[in-house]
Ligand binder design. Structure first.
Ligand SMILES: [Zn+2]
Ligand SMILES: [Zn+2]
Length: 182
């Protein structure tokens, strides 16, 4: 695979109005040796119910894990995984995302989570999709990708609140709190 990055590909699997896209993104570092997933092997999902699908047309600029208490609460897990891409490279198909509260930053700013209106799955944060200012970075929730096998966070945020049993890789870039703004 000479160029490991390839944009999303998709096909329609259901009736009109519910286009189903298979999102496949990868990079050289993240999946060094693996056959490309095919339509037959890729898991078909975006949100859980399938009403929201999205496409990403640029390779991720970073993959990170956030161990903040908001992410722990929202995911009901130990951390969330974020995939950062240029704002214009992320577009939603199917139903429009709905904004819901996502907690408060240390600076006092209210965070927004954008979720599927039907099943409530968290797709991304930030400004409304389609209203990104220039040079905007979109943080997509990694678990909603069709193929998550290549996700390996190299940055860890809010390590101060990580669960004690989470052992970070020695080569990881670790921030005790929020990272510098990307
Ligand atoms: Zn849904
Ligand atoms: Zn977080």
């Amino acid at each position: 695979m000479p160029d490991a990055w390839y944009p999303c590909v998709g096909r329609s699997r259901q009736g009109p109005g519910l286009e189903r896209l298979i999102v496949q993104i990868t990079t050289d570092e993240m999946r060094p040796v693996q056959e490309e997933p095919t339509y037959e092997t890729a898991t078909d999902r975006g949100c859980v119910c399938g009403a929201v699908r999205y496409e990403v047309t640029h390779k991720p600029t970073r993959v990170y894990a956030c161990h903040c208490t908001d992410c722990q609460r929202v995911t009901t897990s130990a951390f969330s995984i974020g995939v950062s891409v240029p704002g214009e490279a992320f577009r939603v198909t199917g139903k429009e995302l709905q904004p819901v509260p996502g907690g408060i930053t240390e600076g006092g700013r209210a965070k927004t989570r954008w979720v599927c209106p039907d099943c409530g799955i968290w797709i991304c944060g930030g400004v409304k999709v389609g209203t990104e200012p220039p040079d905007y970075t979109r943080h997509v929730r990694g678990g909603t990708l069709d193929d998550t096998s290549w996700l390996r966070p190299t940055l860890h945020f809010f390590a101060r609140s990580k669960q004690p049993w989470v052992i970070l890789p020695e080569d990881a870039t670790v921030y005790e709190a929020a990272p510098p703004r990307a």
